[in-house]
Design a binder for this molecule. Structure first.
Ligand code: GDP
Ligand code: MG
Length: 442
């Protein structure tokens, strides 16, 4: 992953005071590979890297960050910028209904997205209407009806028994239906084919001409990787669209498609779909996608937060405890947890650190209430017990539980967790700690 690669670049750069041409090239090479691995199209990668290098060369040397961190910061900022900077909002029509039309290949996730969007809009006091204008496959209408039912949003569809029906006519009629029934938004689901073909494009274009949508959303599966660019271009030429909805981001796609589509078509990405359930849906957040593409967690936020919150001396002390040969004690454990808590939501924080996967999984299971309980338990121990938890036998556990107002099982859980953390730290020390940029000694 990029974080692994950059860790090695970091270590070779550490200690240098200034951004040299070699530093820039070395970091750029790793970023280039990471982008290609994330399925970003080659021409986009080339242009992007050229831009990064240029900016890095012109950058003032920062006092707060080392050279590699500085390059990463630039990459992150440029990625966010190229991904659209800010989240794009729906443009509502002056005279309702606002018409939103979905277009995209079959299987892209249009029908699912229609349901998600309907539910999301309804939750914001809108009165959407779903329109079944995919009459290509026999069960397409039923599928949309199921979505509508789950979203609690009515579906406009041709009456059964009237033959297949004409999707253009259905779309057109749905507007009048929406006006009559006070729906302020109409979401039109359309047909797609497995590959781009002219008949499908024509049908989508005919629907577009019949209803003059306020927003045409191109729905695209993030998993299709490099192909996304061609498909996006074909739909841009064939139907045109105002914005993009990216689906299946719950898969292992890195989201390079987002970067390529945005860059090549110039259309903003508006929505992100992350699962089969209606709730797995959100506005698209360029900053989150940038982190995902880089697969490094939000390293910069971490660095910044750490610099703000930690006092330098405390960091040194913690780092030397971790690095020292003395065994990690319950006292250290408590202090570390308190420090982590001060840094913000626990899960968040550790999720940001590259190479800290194991630790993150451990700590992710700890919430604030747990932390209070843990602190109470540790404070109910004698200094000898804290220094050497091995002596904590059954009767001591009962005493500690009573003293801290917890159950013996809580004390057991903590002791077990502590021994696990201790073991993990020993392993990390033996294997060498993964470099933590900006944190001396870590
Ligand atoms: P359409 O042909 O474009 O209308 O695509 P559908 O909405 O029917 O979706 C095709 C398949 O992808 C269905 O099995 C959906 O459940 C699934 N799907 C849609 N969106 C997502 C998503 O964001 N994540 C995952 N994992 N599956 C999705
Ligand atoms: Mg469909």
């Amino acid at each position: 992953t990029l974080s692994d690669r950059l860790t090695s670049v970091f270590s070779s750069l550490r200690g240098k005071g200034r951004l040299s041409e070699e530093d820039i090239n070395a970091t750029a090479r790793e970023i280039r590979l990471a982008l290609l691995e994330a399925d970003v199209a080659l021409p986009v990668v080339r242009e992007f890297i050229a831009q990064i290098k240029e900016r890095a060369r012109g950058e003032e040397v920062s006092k707060a960050l080392n050279p590699a961190q500085q390059v990463i910061k630039i990459v992150n900022e440029e990625l966010i910028e190229i991904l659209g900077g800010q989240t794009r909002e729906i443009r509502f029509a002056k005279n309702p209904p606002t018409v939103i039309m979905l277009a995209g290949l079959q299987g892209a996730g249009k029908t699912t997205l229609a349901g998600k969007l309907a539910k999301w809009l309804a939750a914001q006091r809108n009165t959407p209407l779903l329109v079944a204008a995919d009459l290509q496959r026999p069960n397409a209408v039923t599928q949309l009806q199921v979505m509508g039912q789950r979203a609690g949003v009515p579906v406009y569809a041709p009456q059964p028994g009237n033959g297949v029906g004409d999707p253009v006519e259905v779309a057109r009629d749905s507007i009048a239906h929406a006006q009559r029934n006070n729906h302020n938004i109409v979401i039109i689901d359309t047909a797609g084919r497995l590959g781009v073909d002219t008949e499908m494009m024509q049908q989508a274009a005919d629907i577009r001409d019949a209803v003059s949508p306020d927003e045409i959303l191109f729905v695209v599966d993030a998993m299709i990787g490099q192909d996304a660019v061609n498909t996006a271009q074909a739909f841009l030429d064939g139907v045109g669209y105002d914005a993009v909805a990216l689906t299946k981001l719950d898969g292992d796609a890195r989201g390079g498609a987002a970067l390529s589509i945005r860059h090549i078509t110039g259309r903003p990405i508006m929505f992100a779909s992350t699962g089969e359930k209606l709730e797995d849906f959100d506005l698209f957040h360029p900053d989150r996608m940038a982190s995902r593409i880089l697969d490094m967690g939000d390293v910069l936020t971490l660095i910044e937060q750490a610099q703000r919150t930690f006092d330098e001396a405390e960091v040194e002390k913690m780092a030397s405890t971790i690095a020292s040969d003395d065994d990690f004690t319950l006292e250290d454990f408590l202090q570390q947890m308190m420090m982590i808590r001060r840094l913000g939501p626990i899960g968040n924080l550790l999720g940001m650190m590259p190479g800290m996967g194991q630790m993150r999984d451990q700590i992710n299971n700890v919430d604030d209430k747990d932390l209070d309980r843990i602190a109470a338990i540790i404070r109910s121990m004698t200094p000898a017990e804290r220094a050497n938890p091995k002596i904590i036998n059954g009767s001591r556990r009962l005493r500690i539980a009573n003293g801290s107002g917890t159950q013996v099982s809580d004390v057991n859980g903590l002791v077990t967790r502590f021994f696990e953390a201790q073991k993990m730290l020993r392993q990390m020390k033996n294997g060498g700690l993964p470099g933590m940029p900006g944190m001396p000694g870590m």
